[in-house]
Design a protein around this ligand. Structure first.
Ligand SMILES: Nc1ncnc2c1ncn2[C@@H]1O[C@H](COP(=O)(O)OP(=O)(O)OP(=O)(O)O)[C@@H](O)[C@H]1O
Ligand SMILES: [Mg+2]
Length: 491
């Protein structure tokens, strides 16, 4: 229950209403008609004397059922008690009494506000307003405020509100994390994150927001942290308005894009490295074709010409032809090696296991490393993209072992089963810190990307001094398993 305060105007109005009820003059009738409230005359003992209600406004019980009866006979006991206490207090104090209550109507709770004022010797005038909708609106507003607060607290973006003078009014937890200043340190101060050389630009942005009400969508900036380091950020700025729509400050959102920029730069360097590697490979193949194969062919052509020009004896022809045969064989071998470098055709013709076995044997012989190769449970037909991915991962891993690991021993195991293929390449060499690898390195990234491309999972485990384990697990989906036409047999 709320005791009436400043009730003079209200009492005056309520008295006027009483007049309107008592003397049904045209003006009073009009006032009553315009009133959105229920108006009751009630005797001091709680008897309802009279009632007025706007059209469409249903009282708790119809008037014929309560006029002449007492409040305690009509209202639920707690409400009746509150009403009687308010009536009594109105007589004792002479002040306007206000109290709120709730009634169940049609199964729905409805909230009311009653305003009560003494009228004459033995009567009060009671004006009742349905406050349900207003309460709902207030509740909805509170909820949406709470949602907004939760959003500001949990947002990954720094959200900063500034007043008209540019001083901080709000600084969310993300801003604390991003810049290292607590809210208490910056409240009421100009934000200490704008470096001196950007102050003017920021002031201009502020002016556009505060004076013209503009919203600044995304401006790149270099704000400074408390420790003096700076970050790359995107700043969004919008006017902050009060209920009347007047601009009372600005609201800024800051997104830290340092990592994204770094990744973009790394990606750019990587792309350049990839293009350079592609160029190098083409240059080296072209050199081999030009300096090796094409020179050998030219010399062979010259020798054949010489043989034709000066026909020698039968034995000499035989010797020369034997030498030609050897040279042609060696050239054919060279062409095969080059073709293999471009694409391991053995994979298409013989399948993954023989291709890997032959590659591993050749690598172990060339590098002088003891290499254990295991292949188990490989499916009859393996999709070409999976086979080719596994082959390339083995190639790249062994390449890394020869370049970096300094390991005398290594192993390659490729195992099928459980609807997937699993590959493990292990060495016992110097090891490395996988998370510390930076810069434009292609080997590990290309392995990871190849595996990801066939929906697999790629993992590296290594520590300095403890060797390295490269693992790939590739699922074999149903259509891949059944795709016989494109498959490279695991034969
Ligand atoms: N088996 C390994 N043993 C020790 N260090 C390794 C091994 N594999 C990779 N590394 C480390 O990881 C780094 C990245 O390897 P990655 O294959 O991505 O690049 P790279 O071999 O240096 O160059 P490339 O782009 O020619 O492959 C290597 O430089 C090396 O330091
Ligand atoms: Mg490498």
């Amino acid at each position: 229950m709320t005791q009436g305060t400043g009730g003079e105007t209200a009492s005056a109005l309520d008295r006027q209403l009483y007049e309107a009820l008592c003397h049904s003059g045209a003006v009073q009738q009009a006032i009553l008609k315009a009133l959105p409230d229920l108006v009751f005359r009630i005797r001091r003992d709680g008897t309802y004397i009279d009632f007025h209600g706007p059209s469409g406004f249903a009282p708790y019980v119809p008037p014929p059922d309560f006029v002449g009866k007492k409040v305690s006979q009509i209202m639920p006991p707690p409400v009746a008690q509150e009403a009687m206490e308010a009536i009594e207090r109105a007589f004792q104090t002479g002040d306007l009494q206000i109290f709120e209550y709730e009634l169940l109507q049609g199964g729905e709770p409805r909230q009311y506000q009653a305003r009560l004022v003494v009228c004459g010797q033995d009567e009060v005038l009671c004006v009742v307003r349905d406050a349900t909708r207003q309460n709902h609106a207030r509740q909805a507003l509170t909820e949406s405020n709470q949602t907004l607060q939760a959003l500001i607290q949990a947002a990954p973006l720094a959200i900063i509100a500034l007043d008209l003078g540019g001083k901080v009014r709000m600084w969310n937890p993300a801003a604390e994390r991003m810049f290292g200043y607590s809210e208490a340190e910056v409240l009421g101060r100009l934000p200490p994150i704008i470096p001196p050389e950007r102050q003017e630009i920021f002031a201009r942005m502020q002016a556009r927001v505060l004076e013209k009400g503009e919203t600044i969508p995304a401006e790149e900036g270099r704000p400074v942290r408390k420790d003096g380091t700076s970050l790359y950020a995107t700043v969004y700025l919008a006017p902050l308005r009060n209920a009347a729509g007047q601009i009372i400050g600005s609201m800024g959102m800051v997104e830290d894009i340092t990592e994204r920029r770094q990744m973009r730069e790394e990606l750019r360097a990587l792309t350049q490295r990839l293009l350079a590697a592609q160029d190098d490979e083409r240059r080296s193949l072209s050199r081999e074709l030009h300096d090796g194969l094409s020179q050998s062919l030219a010399m062979l052509a010259e020798d054949v010409e010489a043989l034709l020009a000066e026909p020698p004896g039968a034995q000499q022809v035989k010797d020369r032809l034997l030498s030609f045969q050897q040279r042609v064989d060696s050239m054919a071998g060279e062409v095969r090696r080059m073709a293999h470098r471009l694409h391991p055709s053995i994979l298409d013709h013989l399948g993954l296991e023989p291709a890997l076995r032959s590659y591993c044997a050749e690598w172990a012989r060339r590098e002088g490393v003891e290499l254990k190769f295991t292949a188990r449970n490989l499916p009859e037909k393996l999709p070409l993209d999976v086979a080719s991915c596994l082959y390339r991962v083995v190639q790249e891993s062994l390449h890394n072992i020869s370049r970096h690991a300094q390991s005398g021993k290594a192993s390659v195991a490729v195992v099928g089963g459980g609807g997937a293929m699993r590959l493990v390449v292990k060495d016992y060499g110097v090891g490395f810190e996988p998370d510390a690898i930076r810069g434009a390195r292609l080997g590990l990234i290309s392995m990871r990307e190849r595996v990801r491309h066939v929906n697999g999972v790629f993992n590296i485990e290594s520590r300095p001094g403890h060797g390295a384990v490269i693992e790939a697990r590739i699922p074999l989906v149903e259509e891949q398993k059944q795709d016989a036409t494109k498959s490279a047999a695991g034969r």
